[in-house]
Design a protein around this ligand. Sequence first.
Ligand code: HMH
Length: 231
Amino acid sequence: MTTRSTWNAWAAGREAARLTDWLREISEPDWTATVAHPLFDALAEGRLSGEAFAAYMVQDYGFVDPFTALIGHAIGHAPTMADRVVLGQFMGMLTSDENSTFQRTFDAFGVPEQVRLAPDYLAPTRDFRGLLHDTGMHGSYAEMLAVLVVTEWLYLEWALRVTRVEGLHPLMGEWIDLHDNPAFRDFVAWLRRRLDEEAARLDEAGFARMAERFRETVARERAFHDAVHTE
Ligand SMILES: Cc1ncc(CO)c(N)n1
């Protein structure tokens, strides 16, 4: 259940209960299935072919496009300059370093121009794009933070979990590094803290919408990775 009273009951029995820990718990088994996804082990252990990695990155660029737009919406909806600065700096990384990783991956693995311009998105990619777009257009700031917490915290968790082999393709190593570095850890910690704070200000209906958004995003993450990992 995603009501505030369920959260309050959960928190009552725990010391230093955190909203985002509860949200993660009510998103099981999808949360753990995504963090433990075999795609990430194959990637880190050098068992993913260049072709499969490029295909994943093509689908993921279809995620990153509306995700970047969602950050733009969040920057616009943020209550303070302090939030805009943190989100804006993350947007800067996304549109420079991370965007470059995608472009160089497409070059290195020979993704044709036609595929870059008009990718054939899998159904779960399209669903995820729809969720990101809808949250940006119609969601509250707390809902936007909920989506960002899921997408970034999940990626941090798998990147921390995997063990990479020596001699891994540099672009695959770069993809792991983008999600396992001190700045990214700080960003995830900040997102979690801000969601904890913003959720306290929501009314009952807004709280339930935020929690539903969190759960739906975790489900979309799992479906996305199941669809791209076909080997
Ligand atoms: C599907 C997906 N979720 C999360 C991230 C991290 O931003 C990503 N690149 N792709």
